[in-house]
Design a protein around this ligand. Sequence first.
Ligand SMILES: Cc1ncc(COP(=O)(O)O)c(C=O)c1O
Length: 399
Amino acid sequence: MEITEIRKDIPMLDEIIYMDAASTTPTPKPVVEAMCDYYYNYNANIGRGAYRTAVKAGNEFEKARSKVARFINSKPEEIIFTKNTTEAINLVAHGLDFKKDDSVVVSNIEHHSNFLPWLNLKKRGVNLKVIKADKYGVVDAGDFENAIDDTTKLVALTHVSNAIGSVQPVYEVGEITEEKNVLYLVDAAQSAGHMKLDVKKLKSDFTAFPGHKGLLGPVGTGFLCCHAGSMDKLQPENLGGGTVFDVTEKDFKLEEGHARFEGGTQNIAGVIGLGTAVDYINRIGLEKIEKHSRELTSLMFDEVSKVENTTVYGNPEDIYGIVAFNINGANPHDVAKILDELRRICVRSGHHCAIPAIRHTGAYELGGSVRASIHCYNTKEEVQILGETLKEVSQFFGA
Ligand SMILES: Cc1ncc(COP(=O)(O)O)c(C=O)c1O
């Protein structure tokens, strides 16, 4: 599929320059249509009804599970659907049997969703060891190796930083955690759908995914992939309909596998839409997406760097899909608002739900940074318009 075809499927791109893929992505028409098809033609609950419409809904839901599993080289039985990445990570933080004096190793460039659930374990006597990234926002796998000791229960690391765009050595850390026999969680929020991702090669026990970002699925979708028996290490918290095999007045027996974690009525339309989104990404081709995104990221870094009086974060060699910057002396929210006012360019501004990471870049006192993030539907022309518009904006602030 060519960019022009993709853009036809996303009508809002005729009106705006959307550069906020790191927050959420627009939903292409075939994904919306798959959800409409469910609502119009077989809107029934899953796993409960014997009638054909309910069976069809259940089958379509499970087809989506198979599609997302295949996409990341996993198996359907390893996938737990959630409403987003945050819920997937919390499922692990709440579900593992942490004991007093256990420790978790994490980095300082995480999104809050892969930091707070671990920090919160302090209440249970769990210690957090925080590995500091280098000045470009990249961690050293060796620092993780050194931090792991007898108390370490889990290592958690993001694949791509949402604040800087820096790509982390998740595969190297996977080798280390495997050798040291500690659990490993990868936050794939900024890489899934943007680049090839193979959970077997990652060697992670848990990988948390959004459906609504790089995969181009609907909001309200995400999933946790638990491999090689790691699901059995989790206790579900959200008990109720769908999670239980048998109940007496005194006791209950949970379902086996992912069903025990998917309590209550699921986001059926959303998950079916997510399955279609995976088909859509496959139609475009991940290799093509990756090549396009690398070229565009590099162009965007150059365009923004050319703007006078501007600080750009990260190293162009290390970043992917995201360029974070500040116009010196300007509040990032003002810059974002002006970009919108002048050319309808949609970028994120502020702390990007990653305050430790923003502190690390030195941008905390500046109110954070401006962040432009792209995907397969963005064009070179759009990136050039961003660069040109930023030159105008920087004039307002006295460059
Ligand atoms: C790296 C990272 N992790 C986790 C999240 C949380 O994702 P979600 O909104 O799907 O819960 C985000 C969101 O931007 C993110 O960028």
